[in-house]
Design a protein around this ligand. Structure first.
Ligand code: CUA
Length: 157
């Protein structure tokens, strides 16, 4: 079978990039320990309001400049709707949902999680810049999806 030279180059390029991507993925996962965000913590989605720490959602001080922020997503809001965080605080954010899948993105930061019923999604973020940040839902969750927002205020301590 005769193969054109360019066809060979493209085949080599295509198969080569496949192996290159697999290698990047492999090094990331096995050598550097990169993992998807944990979905290991489970919760009964019907009992979110009674389950600690979500029975008292909000910011909790855990240590020197360390905080935990526990938030609930529900169609179509976040509880609490506004959070004040002292500048420089290292905050572990835990979010869960009472109903359907929601998103949890804090615009202008690296925080961007999917929130699934039955699970607690967590991410740790240090807030170094004073300002107001919008929390928004980026998973389509129903008629009020576009209204589903909350606010983080990072303030001087
Ligand atoms: Cu909640 Cu979209």
């Amino acid at each position: 079978m005769h193969m054109h030279k360019y066809e060979k180059i493209w085949l080599f390029f295509g198969i080569g990039s496949l192996f290159l991507f697999l290698a990047v993925l492999g090094v990331g996962a096995f050598a550097q320990g990169t993992q998807p965000p944990s979905c290991l913590v489970t919760i009964d989605p019907e009992k979110v309001d009674e389950t600690p720490p979500f029975n008292q959602p909000g910011l909790v001080k855990k240590g020197d400049n360390e905080y935990e922020l526990n938030m609930i997503s529900t169609a179509f809001a976040y509880i609490p709707n506004e959070v004040e965080i002292p500048k420089g605080a290292k905050v572990t954010i835990n979010v869960t949902t009472k109903d359907v899948i929601h998103g949890f993105q804090i615009a202008g930061t690296n925080v961007n999680m999917m929130v699934e019923p039955g699970y607690v999604s967590s991410y740790t973020q240090t807030f170094d810049k004073v300002g107001e940040y919008v929390i928004l839902c980026n998973e389509y969750c129903g008629a009020g999806h576009h209204l589903m927002t909350a606010k983080v205020k990072v303030v001087e301590q």
